[in-house]
Design a protein around this ligand. Structure first.
Ligand SMILES: O=C(O)CCC(=O)C(=O)O
Ligand SMILES: [Fe+2]
Length: 224
């Protein structure tokens, strides 16, 4: 593939990929995880135990069965529960501000944080966080801020068994540890969807798993 600089959207995605990567590399406590074809980092103890507990309590208050942008006919594809964490709760604002400060991405490009809970047996099968073009939802996503670039995800608790986040193409498997943040770029160096970013939340085998995710868009989120 050749580098496209005449397409402003692709240029932004290329730039934000390189820029965030350089920023996070210089951040203490952030480690780049060796991975095939994927820029992925872990920040250990990103949240305190108390912050994790507070967010877990809010997820438990509002959780409902997780949705999918488009059904692929597999009822087992995403079996967790989710919720949009409300910005009327101070802890959510605090956590979101911390993530924005880490990535340095314009805060208005970020979707608000989502909470997720997996009970034993629940999972999120291999998927991409970037949007697939030529889908029914693509037009809507274009209107709400366009393509997703970086994903930040925080493990809010240790899981007794299972529940790893697995990137089968990049050959990375991350065990949930309370307070640890994972950050990866869903775009490649050309600003195009990166298929090495394929990942899954593996089935929880024992215990419960709580995470929050934050996705960044190529344009301000929620507007045209
Ligand atoms: O729970 C996980 O480990 C992965 C979650 C995920 O991929 C997502 O929410 O998009
Ligand atoms: Fe995902």
């Amino acid at each position: 593939m050749s580098t496209v600089t005449g397409d402003p959207a692709a240029f932004y995605r290329m730039q934000i990929g390189a820029w965030v990567k350089e920023r996070v590399k210089r951040t203490p406590n952030c480690l780049q995880i060796p991975a095939k074809g994927l820029d992925i980092f872990v920040a250990r103890d990103f949240l305190t135990a108390r912050e994790c507990e507070q967010v877990i309590a809010l997820i438990d208050k509002d959780r409902v069965p997780s949705g999918l942008l488009s059904s692929n006919g597999d009822p087992e594809f995403r079996t967790s529960e989710s919720c949009h964490l409300k910005m009327s709760d101070a802890i959510n604002v605090r956590v979101q501000d911390k993530i924005n400060a880490l990535t340095g991405i314009q805060p208005e490009h970020g979707e608000t944080i989502q909470g997720q809970r997996y009970a034993p047996g629940q999972q999120f099968k291999p998927h991409h966080d970037f949007f697939h073009m030529n889908t029914e939802y693509w037009e809507d996503m274009q209107r709400s801020g366009g393509q997703r670039t970086w994903t930040a995800m925080i493990f809010l608790n240790d899981v007794e068994a299972g529940g790893q986040t697995w990137f089968p193409e990049a050959n990375v498997r991350v065990t949930p540890r309370r307070g640890n943040l994972l950050l990866w770029n869903n775009m490649d160096e050309f600003g195009q969807p990166n298929h090495y970013s394929l990942h899954s939340g593996m089935p929880v085998e024992a215990g419960v798993k709580y995470v929050i995710t934050k996705w960044y868009r190529e344009r301000p989120w929620g507007r045209g």
